[in-house]
Design a protein around this ligand. Structure first.
Ligand code: ADP
Ligand code: PEP
Ligand code: CA
Ligand code: MN
Length: 658
């Protein structure tokens, strides 16, 4: 039988925007586009038939697909791969195990993480998306023996919790877009997400378990970020989070690393309920290779992120519906009542501020980069004051933008990604960050055009604290592994809302310590809940919210390391000039970059200096590319009297603080 090509195209005539003249149907009845296809009678597309194919009764000239059903066809589309496929011939504790055995151990470990402490067993866990029934379930059930009285059966032990384990960015995009309101792909390929009611950290809701160990080790009381809670209350919140997570059909589990220094690497597990959280941590922590994941074993630290679920205000110590609880003895963190992803990264940073100094390693709230000749610079600064912006420098290698360790072997990044503020981001001023906002990047709380999905970085409708989280290798000159030698320059970024600090000053070692301990800077709008405009603050170590021990502990370590390695300290004002916030203006980023260039090149060290009043800061007379008159703040104020008063006021504020 000869099949005649009798195709009509009314379907296209109304719904398609393509001019009919340009459409043509091929021998399969598929419509193809042709430049000069011409039109047939009544303006319908002319049908082109393949002369050679005429009289042959099959669908296509290419070999047919090897599938009988659409499901079979779909199964051809996907190849089995890591992290579900074992790697052949690997060495390590599990190398003798079969694939089946390894999977069992992995699931048992996850079930153990999710175990309630009041019931006998962890949840029944099964790998994979519950929406995909075709996947063979791998089930694990774990018994635990606790001293607490047990109520052995609960509804959650009768169901399965599906584990979405270390999904790839593509898989997480699909999960987010399908199941999480407010998730969209932007025009550059990034995933736009909403963090919900909280768009910045909630430091007043952070709690740390005070027990026998932390009682002596940690800094408590006035000025300390550690607000105490007891072990029992922690367990109440932990149970609340675990029960919430176990009540869900599926949860995300990320097994990753912190710290590029292989000797001091920490294994972290993040359990969360949102693809947004999983992708964020995929970007922010160090991503394991498939081999490393197979051998992951038991995590050193676990986060239970039940951010969608509030804490119970009737619980002791709870003063709002948000609680971020740290238990160093249990090596666990519980998050309730906030979905702001930054809590996870900064929570882990707090943990490192405890674990590392115990090993004589200094943890730093700083960015770090390295010149072509190997000179290393640290950029200390409170959130939103320029660490990410200034460490991302096209002429230098990026080690990291935010969290580092300084050990006897040098500097190592704690993280595997960057978290840039993107309010008013522009391609011209910050090209590397702009270009990093592509597929895989999480864009938090930004506003975009509903049709083109073009992001408007100037829009503060959701928050001023809009953020982009991307893997560090998205910055073209990132140095992998993210380690460097001992710093030559230590730059303290002070975002001065009073507008009286010079754009740059050279510090002696005692001055460096003075400014490091006092941590004078500004809390910028949106980074913490309730901060609506830049607010002057003293944030010890330029990260008071994250330190665990007394500031002098970190300062003493910094002093001895700077002295030993001959590092020079600098104070750079990335804040206001010509008047305080409201009347003056923010120092131009281009000028700050020129100042930083001069520090890196060594030319600023050789400049002529003069001493300022009140703070006794050494300010350079000239910096290449920067108008000399702005180097002395008084010149930029039209009201000199107001300048002097403001300077004195700040001087007194320092006196009161220290
Ligand atoms: N002179 C300046 N120096 C540094 N950053 C500036 C300056 N002026 C404006 N900014 C802006 O301030 C923000 C600094 O944020 P970011 O670098 O992400 O801070 P951090 O990494 O310390 O949290 C960026 O949005 C940057 O564009
Ligand atoms: C993400 C934060 O800050 P930073 O910009 O320092 O990473 C934060 O303080 O929540
Ligand atoms: Ca950061
Ligand atoms: Mn940053």
């Amino acid at each position: 039988m000869v099949i005649r090509h009798s195709i009509s195209v009314p379907f296209f005539s109304t719904s398609s925007k393509i001019p009919r003249e340009e459409m043509a149907a091929n021998a399969n009845g598929r419509v193809s586009m042709a430049a000069n296809s011409g039109t047939g009678r009544h303006g319908l597309a002319k049908i082109h038939t393949d002369k050679k194919a005429e009289g042959i009764c099959h669908d296509d000239s290419t070999p047919p697909v090897r599938a009988q059903t659409i499901d079979e066809l779909h199964s051809l589309q996907k190849k089995k791969s890591a992290p579900t496929t074992p790697i052949n011939g690997i060495q390590g504790p599990f190398s003798a195990l079969s694939e089946e055995e390894r999977h069992k151990q992995q699931l048992q470990s996850i079930s153990a993480s999710l175990a309630s402490l009041t019931r006998e067993t962890g949840p029944n866990v099964v790998k994979g998306d519950p929406a995909k029934q075709s996947e063979t379930p791998r089930i694990s059930h774990v018994s635990h023996h606790h001293v607490t009285p047990t109520i052995s059966v609960s509804d959650s032990s009768l169901k399965f919790t599906h584990i979405l384990y270390n999904l790839s960015p593509a898989e997480l995009y699909e999960q987010a877009i399908k199941y999480e309101k407010g998730s969209f792909i932007t025009s550059s390929g990034a995933l736009a997400t909403l963090s919900g009611a909280k768009t910045g950290r909630s430091p007043k809701d952070k709690r740390v378990v005070r027990d026998q160990t932390t009682e002596d080790d940690l800094w408590w009381g006035k000025g300390s970020p550690n607000i105490e809670m007891d072990e029992q209350t922690f367990l109440v919140n932990r149970e609340r989070a675990v029960d919430y997570l176990n009540s869900l059909d599926k949860i995300f589990v990320n097994d990753q690393f912190l710290n590029w220094d292989p000797v001091n690497r920490i294994k972290v597990r993040i359990v969360s309920a949102r693809a947004y959280h999983s992708l964020f941590m995929h970007n922010m922590c160090i991503r394991p290779t498939p081999e490393e994941l197979e051998n992951f074993g038991t995590p050193d630290f676990t986060i239970y992120n039940a951010g969608q679920f509030p804490c119970n205000r009737y619980t002791h110590y709870m003063t709002s519906s948000t609680s971020i609880d740290l238990n160093l003895a249990r090596r666990e963190m519980v998050i309730l009542g906030t979905q702001y992803a930054g809590e996870m990264k900064k929570g882990l940073f707090s943990v490192m501020h405890y674990l590392m100094p115990k090993r004589q390693i200094l943890s730093l709230h700083s960015g770090c980069n390295m010149g072509k000749d190997g000179d290393v610079a640290l950029f200390f600064g409170l959130s939103g004051t320029g660490k990410t912006t200034l460490s991302t420098d096209h002429n230098r290698y990026l080690i990291g933008d935010d969290e580092h360790c300084w050990s006897d072997s040098g500097v190592s990044n704690i993280e595997g990604g960057c978290y840039a503020k993107c309010i008013d981001l522009s391609r011209e001023k910050e090209p590397d960050i702009w270009n990093a906002i592509k597929f895989g990047t999480v864009l938090e709380n930004v506003v975009f055009d509903e049709h083109t999905r073009e992001v408007d970085y100037t829009d503060k409708s959701v928050t001023e604290n809009t953020r982009a989280s991307y893997p560090i290798e998205y910055i073209p000159n990132a140095k992998i592994p993210c380690v460097a030698s001992h710093p030559k320059n230590v730059i303290l970024l002070a975002c001065d809302a009073f507008g009286v600090l010079p754009p740059v000053s050279k510090l002696s070692l005692p001055q460096t310590m003075y400014h490091f301990i006092s941590g004078y800077t500004a809390l910028v709008a949106g980074t913490e809940e309730g901060i609506k405009e830049p607010q002057a603050t003293f944030s010890a170590c330029f990260g008071a919210a994250f330190i665990m021990m007394h500031p002098t502990k970190y300062a003493a370590m910094l002093a001895s390391k700077m002295q030993k390695h001959g590092a020079t300290g600098w104070l750079v004002n990335t804040g206001w000039s010509g008047g305080r916030y409201g009347s003056g203006s923010r120092i131009k980023l281009a000028y700050t970059r020129k100042i930083i260039d001069a520090i890196h090149s060594g030319s600023l060290l050789k400049a002529d200096y003069k001493k300022t009043e009140v703070f006794g800061l050494e300010i350079p007379m000239e910096v290449e590319g920067v108008p000399s008159e702005i180097l002395e703040p008084m010149n930029t104020w039209s009201d000199k009297k107001a300048y002097k008063e403001t300077l004195l006021k700040l001087g007194w504020a320092f006196q009161e603080e220290l």
